[in-house]
Design a protein around this ligand. Structure first.
Ligand code: AMP
Ligand code: ZN
Length: 501
C-alpha cells in the first residue's frame, strides 16, 4: 500500500489527484463538525466515518496526521444562507434550557457515537465559542477590502474575490445555491460574517466587536479554526456534499481574502489543497429528518439489537462519493457479514501463538495486501478493499500443506503473518476485528424481556428433549422462545444458535 501513490478526488478541480503533502511527511486535515443543537443522525455520522477512514489511510501511508474537527455551538442558522434562526438558540428556547447546556449535552452525545463507531480522536476538537477573539481579528483584517456593514451585520462582498462560487458552480445548476434576500445586499450571494444582536435585544451568546454586539457567522468560524490550527494552506478539507453549495464556497472566499490570494486555478489559494465531500445516506421514508420524531440515531440502531460497527461496515460497503441507501435489511446483512469475519478471525487467533516472533508471509497474504492497498489508494475505494479483506478474513486459520504440517515454527510464522496483515488492514477500516468477539456482537434489543441466561437454559433443555427424541417438548420450547422474540437457528452455518429481534 505504501508503494502505490494515493489519489484523492478534489471537488474543486473535479478530478482525482495524487496526494502531495504541503509539508513533507505530514497530512493536515480539517473536517466540518456537527452543530450541537440536536443528536446527530446516522447520515451525519457517515461524514465522520468517511473522514476517519481518510485519516486512517493517510496514517497507513506513513504520514504524520493532524486532524481537526470542529464543534459548532453558535452561529449556524436554520438555513445555510442567511435566513432563519440560530439552530442553537431555537433548540434552547424549545427545551427551555441555556444554550451552553444544550451544547454540552449534544456534544457529549455526538462523542458517544464517535466512540461507538471506532472513529479515532482527532488531534484537536475545536469549539467555535473558544475562538471568537480570533474570529473578530480575522474579520477586522478583511473588513476594509471585502466587507460592508448593514443594520443586521457585517457582510462579505463576493464580487471582491476572483472565481467566487467555483466549487458550487461545478455541482449546482445555477451555481448560486439557495440565496435568501436581505435588504441592502450588494450581491445575492453576499453573506454575513458577523451578525449583530438587534437593537434592544440581548442574546444568550453574544460578544463585543467593532460592529457592535453580536455573534460570528458559521462560515467565518470554519475559516478561522482551520487556519489557526492547521495554517493556510493545509492539505485536505472535508464535509458532506451539501457544503459544496454555500458553506465551503463562502469559506473559500474568506480564505482568499485573508490570505490575499486570487483566482482558484491554483487550488491552494482556497486555503486547502484538496476539498473532499462525502455523498449522503438516504432513507426513503424520511426517518433521517430530525423533525420526524423517532429519527435514525445510532442509539436507535443499538436499541434494536444492531451493533454500531455493523453500521460502520455498511458505510464501508459503499464508496464515499456514492449515495448510500439505508434499510434495516441492509444493516442486518452488514451485521451478518461482520459476524462471519469476527468468527473466522477468532479461529485464526486461537490457532496462533502471538508470542512467536517468526513470520512467513505467503503469496496469498501478499496478494491481498497489494489488492487492498491499490483499492484504498484509488480514492478510497472501500468496497473493493473490503472484498479483498473479507476473502482473506474468512479464511481464518490457513490450511497447512503436507510440507509444513509437522513444522510448528513454519505454521506459527504463517498464522502470525496473516494476523499482522489483518491487523494492518483493519487499522485502516477501523472495525476493531482483532478485539471483537461473537458475544460483543450479540446486543439485546431494548424491547427484549428475556435474558441470555434464560435463553441458554431453555436451549439446553431443548437439546435434552431432542436427545430423548421428545420432539413435542422440543417444539414447545422453540415456540415459547419465539413468543419472546427469540429465533432458534438450528443448523446455522455460522454456528449462531439463536437470535433476538
Ligand atoms: P450538521 O451537523 O448539520 O452541520 O452536519 C454534519 C455533517 O453531516 C456535515 O458534514 C453534513 O454535510 C453531513 N450530512 C448531513 N446529512 C447527511 C446525510 N444524510 N448523509 C451524509 N452526510 C450528511
Ligand atoms: Zn465548516
Amino acid at each position: 500500500m505504501t508503494d502505490t501513490p494515493l489519489k484523492l478526488f478534489n471537488s474543486l478541480t473535479r478530478q482525482a489527484e495524487v496526494f502531495e503533502p504541503v509539508h513533507p511527511g505530514e497530512a493536515r486535515v480539517y473536517t466540518c463538525g456537527p452543530t450541537v443543537y440536536n443528536y446527530p443522525h446516522i447520515g451525519n455520522m457517515r461524514a465522520y466515518v468517511f473522514a476517519d477512514v481518510l485519516g486512517r489511510t493517510l496514517s497507513w501511508k506513513g504520514l504524520k496526521l493532524t486532524h481537526v474537527i470542529n464543534i459548532t455551538d453558535v452561529g449556524h442558522l436554520t438555513d445555510d444562507a442567511d435566513a432563519g434562526e440560530d439552530k442553537m438558540e431555537k433548540m434552547a428556547a424549545q427545551q427551555a434550557q441555556s444554550i451552553w447546556d444544550i451544547a454540552e449535552h449534544y456534544k457529549q452525545a455526538y462523542w458517544a457515537d464517535v466512540r461507538a463507531l471506532n472513529i479515532r480522536q482527532p488531534a484537536q476538537w475545536t469549539v467555535a465559542t473558544d475562538y471568537v477573539p480570533q474570529m473578530v481579528t480575522f474579520a477586522k483584517g478583511i473588513a476594509d477590502k471585502h466587507c460592508y456593514e448593514l443594520e443586521s451585520g457585517l457582510y462579505f462582498d463576493v464580487s471582491t474575490v476572483a472565481d467566487y462560487g467555483r466549487l458550487a458552480r461545478a455541482y449546482t445548476e445555477d451555481g448560486e445555491g439557495r440565496i435568501e434576500a436581505v435588504e441592502g445586499k450588494r450581491n445575492a450571494a453576499d453573506f454575513a460574517i458577523w451578525r449583530k444582536t438587534p437593537a434592544g435585544e440581548t442574546r444568550q451568546m453574544e460578544w463585543d466587536s467593532p460592529w457592535g454586539k453580536g455573534a460570528p457567522g458559521w462560515h467565518l468560524e470554519c475559516s478561522v479554526m482551520s487556519g489557526e490550527v492547521l495554517g493556510f494552506p493545509f492539505d485536505i478539507h472535508t464535509g458532506g456534499i451539501d457544503h459544496r453549495e454555500i458553506h465551503h464556497p463562502n469559506e473559500i472566499a474568506q480564505n482568499q481574502a485573508h490570505c490575499c490570494t486570487n483566482g482558484l486555478d491554483d487550488p491552494r489559494n482556497s486555503g486547502a489543497r484538496i476539498w473532499m465531500h462525502n455523498n449522503f445516506l438516504v432513507e426513503r421514508s424520511g426517518k433521517m429528518s430530525k423533525s420526524s420524531g423517532e429519527f435514525l440515531r445510532l442509539q436507535l440502531l443499538i436499541d434494536k439489537g444492531y451493533h454500531p460497527l455493523a453500521y460502520r461496515l455498511m458505510c464501508l460497503q459503499a464508496h464515499y462519493r456514492s449515495e448510500l441507501e439505508f434499510s434495516w435489511e441492509g444493516l442486518g446483512a452488514a451485521l451478518t457479514r461482520l459476524r462471519r469475519m469476527v468468527m473466522a478471525v477468532e479461529a485464526l487467533i486461537e490457532a496462533t501463538d502471538r508470542s512467536s516472533e517468526h513470520r512467513l508471509r505467503d503469496g496469498f497474504t501478499q496478494k491481498v495486501l497489494d489488492d487492498f492497498g491499490e483499492a484504498m489508494s484509488d480514492d478510497l475505494a472501500t468496497p473493493r478493499a473490503l472484498a479483498a479483506f473479507e476473502l482473506f478474513a474468512l479464511q481464518g486459520a490457513p490450511k497447512f500443506s503436507a510440507a509444513i504440517v509437522n513444522d510448528e515454527a513454519a505454521k506459527q510464522g504463517l498464522c502470525n503473518a496473516r494476523l499482522d496483515a489483518l491487523e494492518a488492514m483493519d487499522e485502516v477500516f477501523g472495525l476493531g476485528l482483532m478485539n471483537l468477539t461473537r458475544a460483543d456482537l450479540r446486543i439485546r434489543p431494548k424491547s427484549a424481556t428475556i435474558t441470555e441466561t434464560e435463553i441458554e437454559a431453555a436451549l439446553s433443555r431443548r437439546k435434552e428433549a431432542r436427545a430423548a427424541k421428545d420432539f413435542a417438548a422440543s417444539d414447545a420450547i422453540r415456540d415459547e422462545l419465539a413468543a419472546q422474540g427469540v429465533e432458534v437457528m438450528d443448523g446455522d452455518p455460522l454456528g449462531w444458535e439463536w437470535k433476538l429481534g
